[in-house]
Structures are given as structure tokens and as C-alpha cells.
Design a protein around this ligand. Structure first.
Ligand SMILES: NC(=O)c1ccc[n+]([C@@H]2O[C@H](COP(=O)([O-])OP(=O)(O)OC[C@H]3O[C@@H](n4cnc5c(N)ncnc54)[C@H](O)[C@@H]3O)[C@@H](O)[C@H]2O)c1
Length: 381
């Protein structure tokens, strides 16, 4: 019997943004505990973080290589690693752990090049290791409900998708006011800032809800909001799906007055579904010839599979932390089963995996390529 999983972290030092969200999510259901880390490039920061989190000094490492090597050699070594360092550092760390037989959870975007993402996907498959990519919005009950409604034909054939993710935090030239955020630095972010950071969430959420596959896209990226910004802060993307449906995505970091309202609208032949991340417990549904309705998680009219992701009754707000907890409940559950030698079903594997990560990286590269070539249509595959 496998008891509780052990995990380590690369990135996520004290003061980082997403690290503490991963830690809470991974341990929410007492299926796993943190035992090791290389939380920062600065070893003193790693030591401080480890001390604060109550970890053994001997399991705090200078870098991911040292951690992968030493953890793989221990009898009580980690079962998986969570990588939540800036984008450029994902690939080398993921590769180091996969090569030593350690399962991986990596934040998005998976890597900075398509080739790196392909290599990780192949390596994970060859080694038979689980690999999740933390597009956690997909684990909100209302997003699952939207997916099930599409799958059950509740809104008919999808014809049009409109999705947006506007933020305003780069509207001012923050680089001139102090430290340059790593997201605007190509060495750390990769070839895109805005599409890589939030456009990729649009791509993943739409793909998860609709199952639509992109055939080709046409993008325009702009670097608004500061002098000589090397990377995009605003992007418009037209999409043609293999099914014949069409889509329109907009992401921005210069949209003053907006924080995190990722919004997806799916228009079908029989109805429309709308979900917005800032009101994550609700789903607006309009059926042809009927007045629009606001559905709420936790109510009996939600599909049971969607309500399984709700941890509280209807009306009690839940959101980002719970979505991460659901993501980890799925991943930890699958890994516990895998460790017992049991066969995993598609239901066990209902979380974004390395192929979703690879698709996200391809999306970023196709958008940049289209924009650079004068906003021409480019094939996705
Ligand atoms: N899934 C989501 O919704 C979501 C949300 C926010 C961020 N992210 C992703 O998470 C990653 C981190 O973003 P963030 O906002 O937390 O950044 P951050 O700057 O707040 O934190 C990054 C952390 O990584 C550490 N670090 C930097 N280089 C490292 C290295 N080589 N080895 C080990 N640690 C290193 C830093 O010291 C810091 O603790 C990014 O890839 C980002 O795209 C995902």
C-alpha cells in the first residue's frame, strides 16, 4: 500500500506568486507532503524557504540537478516534483527529474521552444511517468459543467468561440520604475510575454471545454505600454478549427481596469455558454428561444461529475485555490493508483498533461510566427 506521496519543488520560494498556490493545492486533500526543494536560484532564499516550511536542511538543494540526483538516490526520495520557476527554467528541470524516473508537474507555458516540449513529451512516455501541466482553470466545477454540456449536445454544434483574457498590470512602463518583471524579459519568458502568460490559458480552457482542434490561426501581436518593450503585451488571434467552427481570442496586459477576467463564450446551434474566471461558480446559459439562465455549482441541475469538483455547497464561494486542489487531487490520485500498479482510466487522467503543455507551446509559436509574417494564416500542426 502506498501511503502519502512525497513531493519537492523547483521555484516557489518565499514571496513568489504561484509557489504557495501549488503547495496548498498539492496538500489540500492530505494525499501528499512537501519534503524537498530548490526554491530559488539564490541558495540563501532556498534555505530560508525550507526553514519556514519545516523541511530538513539536507533536502534543500542548490539547483534542480543536485535535487534530482540526490532525491533519486534516496529510499524515501520524492515521488514527484512541482516546477514553478520562470518559463526558461522549466525544460532543464523537467528533463533532469524525468531522466531519474521522477514524475513531474510543471507550470505553463511548459517550455520556451516547441522542440523542448516535444522532447519532454517523448521522454515522459518512454519512461512511463505521469506529467501534468497546471492549467488549473479546467478544474473549476463550472468549467467541467461547460465541457459536459458541450459533450452531451446541450448547445448543439459549436459554430463560434469568443474568448478573452484582459489584464492591466503592464499598462504603465513599469520597467522604468524599478525591477524589470521577468515576464517582459525574453531570456526568462521566451518568445512571447502576453500570449505565453495568458493567451495560453485561453487556448487551454477553450480546448478543454470544446474539444475543438485548431487547424490554422492568424495573429497580430503588439508591444504596447512602454518604450522598446521587446515582447508582446496585447494579442488578437483569429482561429479556424478542424470542425469548421471559428474563434476569436484576445489577450492583453494593457487593458486598464481588468485583473483576471478570463472569459470564454461558446456559441452552438442550440445555445450559448459563457464562463468568466472572476465569477467562477456560475455559468450563463442561453438556449434558443428561451431567456438566459445563470447556473450555479453545487445545485442539482449541474452534472454530477461537475459537482464532484465542488467542495462546498451552492452559494459558498470557491475559486482559484480549490481549482488547484482539484488539479492535484486528480494528479495525486492517479499517481497513487499508478504506484499500486493499477491501470489508469481516462477518468483518472482528467487533468492537463504534457500534450496539453506541448499544444500550448505550439500555440504561442504559431501566434508569434503569424504576427511576424504580417498576420498571415499559419497551419497549427
Ligand atoms: N497556472 C497558473 O495559473 C499560473 C499563474 C501564475 C504563474 N504561473 C507560472 O508559474 C511560473 C512562475 O510564475 P510566478 O508568477 O510564481 O513567478 P515569481 O517570479 O513570483 O516566482 C518565481 C520563483 O522561482 C524562483 N526561481 C527563479 N529561477 C529559478 C531557478 N532557476 N531554479 C529554482 N527557482 C527559481 C524564484 O526565486 C521565485 O521563487 C511561470 O512559469 C508562470 O507562467 C502559472
Amino acid at each position: 500500500m502506498v501511503d502519502v506521496l512525497r513531493f519537492g519543488m523547483v521555484g516557489g520560494g518565499l514571496g513568489s506568486y504561484i509557489g504557495q498556490v501549488h503547495r496548498k493545492g498539492a496538500t489540500f486533500d492530505e494525499q501528499a507532503r512537501l519534503v524537498a526543494g530548490s526554491f530559488s536560484r539564490d541558495f540563501q532564499r532556498t534555505l530560508q524557504t525550507g526553514q519556514r516550511l519545516g523541511l530538513d536542511r539536507e533536502r534543500l538543494y542548490r539547483d534542480h540537478n543536485e535535487m534530482a540526483e540526490q532525491e533519486a538516490a534516496r529510499e524515501d526520495g520524492i515521488d514527484y516534483v512541482i516546477i514553478c520557476s520562470p518559463n526558461y527554467a522549466h525544460y532543464a528541470a523537467a528533463k533532469a527529474f524525468l531522466e531519474r524516473g521522477i514524475h513531474v508537474v510543471c507550470d505553463k507555458p511548459l517550455t520556451v521552444t516547441v522542440e523542448e516540449a516535444e522532447e519532454l513529451a517523448q521522454l515522459a512516455q518512454e519512461k512511463g511517468l505521469l506529467f501534468a501541466v497546471s492549467y488549473a482553470y479546467a478544474q473549476c466545477p463550472a468549467v467541467k459543467q461547460a465541457q459536459l454540456m458541450v459533450q452531451n449536445g446541450d448547445i448543439g454544434e459549436i459554430q463560434v468561440v469568443m474568448a478573452e483574457y484582459p489584464m492591466g498590470w503592464l499598462a504603465a512602463p513599469v520597467e522604468q520604475e524599478g525591477e524589470v518583471p521577468w515576464r517582459t524579459d525574453p531570456k526568462q519568458s521566451g518568445i512571447s510575454n502576453c500570449v505565453g502568460d495568458i493567451g495560453t490559458h485561453i487556448e487551454n480552457t477553450v480546448a478543454y471545454i470544446t474539444g475543438l482542434e485548431i487547424e490554422e490561426l492568424c495573429a497580430r501581436l503588439d508591444n504596447f505600454g512602454g518604450d522598446n518593450r521587446p515582447l508582446d503585451t496585447n494579442a488578437h488571434v483569429l482561429v479556424k478549427y478542424k470542425s469548421g467552427a471559428v474563434g476569436n481570442y484576445w489577450c492583453s496586459q494593457v487593458a486598464i481596469g481588468y485583473d483576471n477576467p478570463l472569459k470564454v463564450r461558446i456559441f452552438g446551434t442550440k445555445g450559448t455558454i459563457e464562463w468568466c474566471q472572476e465569477f467562477p461558480n456560475h455559468l450563463r446559459v442561453a438556449k434558443l428561444g428561451q431567456p438566459p439562465q445563470m447556473l450555479a455549482k453545487g445545485q442539482e441541475y449541474f452534472y454530477p461529475q461537475a459537482n464532484e469538483l465542488a467542495r462546498l455547497g451552492a452559494g459558498h464561494p470557491e475559486g482559484y485555490y480549490e481549482a488547484f486542489a482539484n488539479f492535484y487531487r486528480a494528479f495525486n490520485g492517479a499517481l497513487l493508483k499508478h504506484k499500486q500498479g493499477l491501470e489508469l482510466t481516462s477518468e483518472d487522467l482528467d487533468f492537463p498533461d504534457v500534450f496539453a503543455g506541448l499544444r500550448g507551446v505550439k500555440f504561442i509559436h504559431r501566434c508569434v510566427e503569424s504576427s511576424k509574417r504580417g498576420s498571415v494564416w499559419v497551419k497549427f500542426d
